[in-house]
Ligand binder design. Structure first.
Ligand code: AMP
Length: 398
């Protein structure tokens, strides 16, 4: 059954519970450093404000110990940022708890168009164990349940899964962000304009094995970078020094390369790498062909020749999906391959879809985020869709 979206529901003047994903990065002083996830939720919230709803927002934030209300995990800074971004006169009410006295009292007092943000859902033990009792308490806040937390939809948690049991099909649905995320991924993966190219990087093959296997059945070209490239290079017989390698997956890597050949999918690995004698920013580096990685050294980024090769390969793309950085981009010295990949993808005329928190971060740093067709807010959830898996949060809305 098709998932209902906000526009299919008669929410006018009603109490609406919106599950958001406000799990935003903060610096050591508690400042929000990237508010993309909050901005992405605005469309849904504004739609409800304009329809005079009483709005109850809920999200998790990182991983606090349940039962302990530690300030560093509070959503209070999100309420402030939300107020700035929504540009509304009314304050955003911030509950001091999740389903306690304060949240209930504040929810009772809401007027049409008011917004209340509950505290971090994970302060309550029931959230991560999908507890029905806790979900019922959340459900009691509202007449309608809207899930707009794409980034959390791959988890069977109470506010994502169990809560949906307390709303019938006329009273639950997906928010606009969720609708956009799902549409982009399913449309692109199922029915891409060709050539369709996947660029996959990040740390390990194991984390993306299922995604790689699923992509093999869909793409025309597969470009591999990042730490995972070394398992493929080793499987081809290259010396990879101390680079990240999963020895137990060498056969699997060979299988993937064989299958690519069989299916006539063009398969690209880095032809040069940035290597260092230690995994550190303050060390010497060398730019070497992959044939010349010294024993004991670490491959920490793709080299300039690989960036040029990959740019050539991307030239005729009509659809590109990118998940995973090309190197240890968190360290400036090893970020050039990822930044170049971002520029290369942004400069194509293809539909470009970026998934995964790190990859989205790279495009942001490279100044390319606005040039991409779509940057997904959910890392794990978007990977699940690339793997061809369904999402518990989405299934629960059906
Ligand atoms: P993932 O979560 O699997 O997408 O991996 C992202 C992480 O991969 C980032 O933190 C990168 O620092 C890391 N990474 C990328 N390339 C390498 C590499 N050559 N060696 C070690 N780690 C890497």
């Amino acid at each position: 059954m098709k998932v209902k979206t906000l526009k299919d529901l008669n929410i006018e003047g009603k109490r609406v519970f919106i599950r958001c994903d406000f799990n935003v990065p903060k610096d050591e002083f508690g400042n929000i450093t990237d508010d993309r996830r909050i901005r992405s939720a605005l469309q849904t919230i504004r739609y409800c404000i304009d329809r005079d709803c009483k709005i109850i927002l809920a999200s998790h934030y990182e991983r606090p110990e349940p039962g302990k209300y530690e300030e560093q995990y509070s959503l209070a800074p999100v309420a402030k940022r939300l107020h700035t971004l929504l540009k509304i006169k009314n304050e955003i009410f911030m509950a001091e708890d999740v389903v306690g006295e304060d949240a209930k009292a504040k929810a009772q007092k809401l007027q049409a168009g008011d917004v209340l943000l509950l505290e971090n859902l994970r302060y309550e033990a029931g959230e991560t164990v999908n507890d029905e009792g806790f979900a019922k308490q959340l459900a009691d806040f509202a007449d309608f349940y809207i899930n707009d937390a794409f980034g959390a939809c791959h988890r069977k948690h109470a506010s994502i899964h169990a809560i949906t049991k307390f709303f019938d099909n006329e009273h639950k649905g997906a928010g606009f962000l969720m609708e956009k995320e799902i549409n982009f991924f399913s449309r692109v993966i199922e029915n891409p304009m060709r050539p369709f190219i996947a660029v996959v990087g990040g740390s390990k093959v194991s984390g993306k094995l299922q995604a790689l296997n699923n992509l093999l059945n869909k793409v025309d070209k597969l470009i591999i970078g990042g730490g995972m490239a070394f398992t493929f290079l080793k499987a081809q017989g290259f010396e990879v020094g101390n680079s990240l390698v999963e020895d137990d997956l060498l056969d699997e890597a060979k299988n993937i390369m064989d299958k690519a050949k069989e299916l006539n999918i063009k398969f690209y690995l880095p032809v040069d790498v940035v290597v260092a004698p230690e995994f550190s920013e303050n060390t010497i580096v060398k730019f070497l062909p992959t044939q010349e990685i010294p024993k004991g050294w670490f491959g920490l980024d793709i080299g300039p020749a690989s960036s040029r090769l990959f740019r050539e390969a991307l030239g005729d793309a009509r659809t590109i999906i990118w998940n995973g950085p090309m190197g240890v981009y968190e360290m400036d010295r090893f970020s050039k391959g990822s930044i170049a990949m971002s520029h290369n993808i942004a400069q194509t005329h293809a539909t470009t879809i970026v998934g995964g928190g790190d990859t989205a971060d790279v495009t942001q740093r490279a100044g390319d985020a606005d040039e991409m067709t779509f940057v997904s807010t959910g890392g794990g959830a978007s990977l699940k869709l690339i793997e061809g898996e369904s999402l518990p949060g989405l299934d629960a809305l059906r």
